[in-house]
Design a protein around this ligand. Structure first.
Ligand code: PRP
Ligand code: MG
Length: 188
């Protein structure tokens, strides 16, 4: 059985100059399209190696996963978060781009290469002290995950783990969201 990083490297496709010249896009869609690879990826995301030590102090079943709910970030994070939640036996929450959620939300802005964007989360979706696993496909600059963490924390939630399929090391995302531990399946 291939190690998980080699599996992802094997199934993903590198696309040079997408979405613009000079950018190497790591296309994960073939990883998720393969039943066996998708299963391995979801299982690996469900058992984050680096759960925040606060998880135990905040309660929950001994030997449990260290989180009470999984939050996925629109859009690509949605593919993973629901599967991870089902695997872990928790519910799933959508962290959405601005204007999509119908009820009261908290909002967090984050920087894009040109301009900025906004993520939102329903205000009543997290109870104070609830432990949250944040899931996305890629950690690049970390701006997206930083905004998602801010949303959870605005509601009194505790991000006990962050799990991604790929961490792009050159972009420094891990440093940006420190001290939150990041569980990355493929660091490249
Ligand atoms: C991509 C990717 C991550 C984010 C990582 O999402 O899916 O969510 O960028 O970049 P960062 O670490 O520099 O913030 P994108 O905003 O392209 O939208 P999508 O998921 O809807 O395709
Ligand atoms: Mg995304």
């Amino acid at each position: 059985e291939l190690p998980i990083d080699e599996l992802i490297a094997t199934f993903s496709v590198d696309v040079p100059d997408f979405p613009e010249p000079g950018v190497l896009f790591r296309d994960l869609t073939p990883v998720f399209a393969d039943a066996g690879a998708f299963r391995r990826v979801v299982d690996a995301l469900t058992e984050p190696a680096d759960v925040d030590p606060r998880a135990a102090a905040l309660g929950g079943a001994d030997g449990g996963p260290g989180f009470d709910v999984v939050a996925g970030i629109e859009a690509r994070g949605f593919l993973l978060a629901a599967a991870v939640a089902l695997d872990a036996g928790t519910g799933v929450l959508p962290v959405r781009k601005a204007g999509k959620l119908p009820r009261e939300v908290v909002t967090a802005d984050y920087a894009l290469e040109y301009g900025s964007a906004t993520l939102e989360l329903h205000t009543d979706s997290i109870r104070p002290g609830q432990r949250v696993l944040l899931v996305d496909d890629v950690l690049a600059t970390g701006g997206t995950l930083q905004a998602a963490i801010a949303l959870v924390e605005q509601l009194g939630g505790v991000v006990t783990a962050v799990a991604v399929v790929v961490e792009l090391l050159a972009l420094g995302g891990r440093e940006r969201i420190a001290p939150h531990p990041v569980h990355a399946l493929w660091r490249v």
